[in-house]
Design a protein around this ligand. Structure first.
Ligand code: DHB
Length: 308
């Protein structure tokens, strides 16, 4: 089965890759992604300075998914800029995720990372876990300003990682703004921000930062992820490549993202819980689903969701 896919002119050997944040902070983790069946290496969202992140416990899984408030632990962009050329040896696309606490951070990271020549840059406008910092992508004008500045200093295609939106008016407002900037793909969605998971037995929250509030991922967010993939696919009439993220546990989950319009999928909670062998399993499962349904490739089924 042909599971390869092309996004913004970059061909991925398979349509599965890690979600930014999942198993991709350290050199060892990035190399392990290189050696795995992952179709790409996506870095942790990087900031100018190295960060320890929030105090633990800061990740917790439960039967339907996970909650996290990592707080952007990362090596800082100089370290990733140095690592990226070394990761080339794995022969798969490299996606650099950049983040920041202010617009200047994004620009600095973009300028340094441009020189390291990743294949794509994923601009993370949707980190929910920085105490006191709103998610940028819930502010259309702030997002526009950052993307306009970034497009001036990047020649590598840039995409945007968005948070979930829950109303068509918000999908339309974001899509309308994106029409006016040079964005080559969308990664949809980041975790559902500021959920709360509690343990009724001990009567406590399960993670420490922000009084227990954190980003929700995994199976329980799949309907929200699919809705966002579908909404943006339709708003751009299938002309904006989308990487679907959220609730990919099985090959069938990935198939659902493809039907909604995704060109590839990223795996977060499942990767953290199951480890890198998840990629091989997902490939096998998706191949079986596509074969059974008579599709010859990822391209063949993309966006083909039927409406009633
Ligand atoms: C973190 C979480 C996110 O969902 C994100 O987009 C960036 C960073 C974090 O807490 O590290």
């Amino acid at each position: 089965m042909n599971l390869s896919t092309t996004i913004a002119g970059v061909t991925f050997p398979t349509c599965f890759m890690n979600a930014a944040g999942a198993c991709c902070v350290t050199q060892e983790e990035l190399e392990a992604l290189g050696e795995s069946h992952a179709g790409a290496i996506v870095t942790k969202s990087m900031t100018p300075q190295p960060r320890e992140g929030n105090p633990g416990p800061r990740y917790h899984s439960f039967p339907g998914g996970s909650i996290n408030s990592m707080g952007l632990p990362n090596l800082g962009y100089p370290a990733y800029a140095k690592l990226i050329p070394e990761l080339r040896r794995f022969g798969k696309p490299i996606v650099a995720s950049i983040a920041g606490l202010n617009p200047q951070d994004f620009l600095e990271a973009a300028k340094a990372i441009e020189l390291a020549k990743p294949d794509l840059v994923e601009v993370n406008l949707s980190c929910p876990n920085l105490p006191g910092e709103p998610q940028i992508a819930y502010d259309i004008e702030a997002s526009r300003r950052i993307l306009l500045e970034l497009q001036e200093c990047l020649t590598i295609p840039m995409g945007v990682k968005l948070p979930p939106y829950f109303d068509p008016v918000h999908h339309e407002a974001m899509a309308g703004m994106l029409e006016g900037v040079n964005v080559s793909f969308l990664s949809l969605i980041n975790s559902v921000g500021n959920g709360l998971v509690i343990d009724p037995e001990s009567e406590t929250v399960v993670i420490k930062p922000k009084g227990g509030f954190g980003g929700i991922g995994g199976t329980i967010i799949k309907p929200v992820a699919l809705a966002n993939v579908r909404a943006f696919w339709k708003l751009f009439q299938g002309r904006m490549p989308i990487i679907g993220v959220g609730g990919v546990v099985t090959g069938t989950d990935a198939f659902e993202h493809l039907l909604c319009g995704a060109s590839a999928v990223q795996v977060g909670t499942t990767l953290v819980e199951e480890g890198l062998t998840a990629f091989e399993r997902l490939e096998k499962e998706l191949s079986e689903v596509l074969t059974k349904k008579g599709y010859a490739s990822v391209d063949d089924c993309r966006g083909r969701l039927k409406e009633l």
